[in-house]
Design a protein around this ligand. Structure first.
Ligand SMILES: Cc1cc2nc3c(=O)[nH]c(=O)nc-3n(C[C@H](O)[C@H](O)[C@H](O)COP(=O)(O)OP(=O)(O)OC[C@H]3O[C@@H](n4cnc5c(N)ncnc54)[C@H](O)[C@@H]3O)c2cc1C
Length: 390
């Protein structure tokens, strides 16, 4: 492509993670011409590096409508429509408490969960160990959530990519978007690091923490940071549980895969890893994998001699309230964005992609995203000084 040539399509998506690929899939299915720009290669972001969980029982209320849209409609639909088995399973999940105080705190979620049609059952440690005998005696109780789910991150992200391509979406790898340009106040062009220009009536940013620089190029800002987080997988062991498991304060999360390995991240609040105060300290990083393993064996003492097969890391794009931002940006018609998933975006990636497509196709939305606008952080635009409250 010469640097003067302009590639045109109906819609440009920046970033080919699960969110961008889901949007590309739904928009291509609706007959729109879609271009996807990826700075690296497809499937190299967080979407293929995560634990695969949809932890409905720890989501903030503003994300629950999206979560339920995913569990009831969008994930089962993808399981049927994509050409690969994405291993979507309504596993249910145990959220474990170490103390009676934590147990009491978890119970505050019940009325919220009920409002969204979720089913949560609380139990003491004795009942929990009747169901999953390997759980440590130190766990005081748990909340079981029927709506927690799991899907295979790699198969989902690449399955969406393959299907979107089969429907006509055009993907460009090693094409880093550096700025968005407006024409008569509307988002119209994307300029890439190589100097290439892409043009469309609608531009959607789904670039994880790369979204911040792109929003800055049109004088908008979202105050999210990014952090590198580690996750590991063990050798296969005999079946312990089918459900996903998480700490009551989100300190650790894990799943036993179909073939028996345990995938776990986030550290553990009942191991050497436990520290008081700032929950960010519970994050597992490449430097402290042994603490996470200690956490796993504290959770399941019978796994004392388990071997770790490998560990890897990926980026979290973290907002101040740990909830994502999804928006058709009013100040710049034609510009859309979804980012700031704060370490739990994979579980809602498919419904977020669907809702982005609904926004761009001007269709009724399948989920309420009204509490997920950027302006909850930045009422005053950082660059222009304009009031973003609306
Ligand atoms: C270790 C780990 C475990 C996790 N576990 C879970 C879990 O169990 N459940 C859960 O729900 N979530 C989990 N997450 C979070 C989840 O992976 C992310 O929230 C989700 O994948 C975000 O999807 P995305 O499509 O927004 O981002 P990504 O998958 O990161 O995709 C963004 C893409 O944009 C590209 N890009 C960036 N900038 C540009 C640019 N300027 N131009 C072009 N392309 C660009 C990137 O290269 C990348 O491919 C975990 C994350 C990590 C790191």
């Amino acid at each position: 492509m010469s640097s003067k040539e302009v590639r045109k399509s109906d819609i440009i998506i920046i970033g080919s993670g699960a969110v961008g690929n889901a949007a590309a899939y739904f928009l291509s299915s609706a007959g729109r011409s879609v271009t996807v720009l990826e700075k690296d290669t497809v499937g190299n972001g967080s979407s293929v590096r995560n634990g695969g969980q949809n932890k409905m029982n720890t989501r903030g209320e503003p994300e629950l409508s999206l979560g339920m849209y995913g569990v009831t409609e969008i994930w089962p639909r993808l399981q049927k429509e994509l050409d690969v088995d994405i291993e979507f399973r309504k596993t249910g999940g145990y959220r474990n408490a170490l103390t009676d105080d934590e147990m009491e705190n978890m119970q505050k979620f019940w009325p919220i969960a009920k409002k969204y049609g979720m089913h949560i059952e609380y139990m003491d440690g004795t009942e929990l160990r009747k169901r999953v005998p390997q759980f440590s005696e130190r766990i005081a109780g748990a909340a079981h959530c029927e709506e927690d789910t799991w899907s295979n991150p790699l198969k989902t992200t690449l399955g969406l990519y393959s299907k979107a391509r089969a429907l006509g979406a055009k993907y460009y790898d090693h094409e880093k978007a550096v700025s968005i340009e407006t024409v008569k106040g509307r988002a119209k062009r994307v300029v890439t690091e190589c100097g290439h220009i892409y043009e469309a009536d609608k531009i959607c940013i789904t670039a994880c923490f790369g979204s911040r620089a792109l929003l800055n190029s049109v004088s908008l800002d979202v105050p999210f940071t990014h952090a590198l987080c580690e996750i590991f997988v063990t050798e296969p062991v005999p079946r312990i549980l089918d459900e996903i498991f998480i700490g009551s304060k989100g300190g650790y999360y894990g799943t036993q895969t179909i073939h028996g390995s345990i995938v776990m991240g986030g550290g553990s609040r009942i191991g050497a890893f436990q520290r008081e105060g700032n929950h960010v300290e519970f994050t597992l990083t490449p430097d402290n994998v042994p603490s996470g393993i200690k956490g796993l064996t504290d959770l399941f003492p019978s796994l004392e001699n388990i071997k770790i097969v490998r560990s890897w890391s990926g980026w979290h794009d973290r907002t101040p309230d740990d909830m994502c931002c999804i928006e058709a940006i009013d100040e710049i018609p034609g510009l859309y964005a979804a980012c700031g998933f704060s370490g739990h975006g994979f579980g809602i990636s498919a419904p977020v992609g669907k809702v982005l497509s609904e926004l761009m196709l001007e269709q009724p939305l399948g989920a309420d995203i009204s509490k997920l606008k950027f302006n909850r952080f930045m009422p005053i635009d950082a660059f222009t000084g304009d009031d973003r409250k609306r």
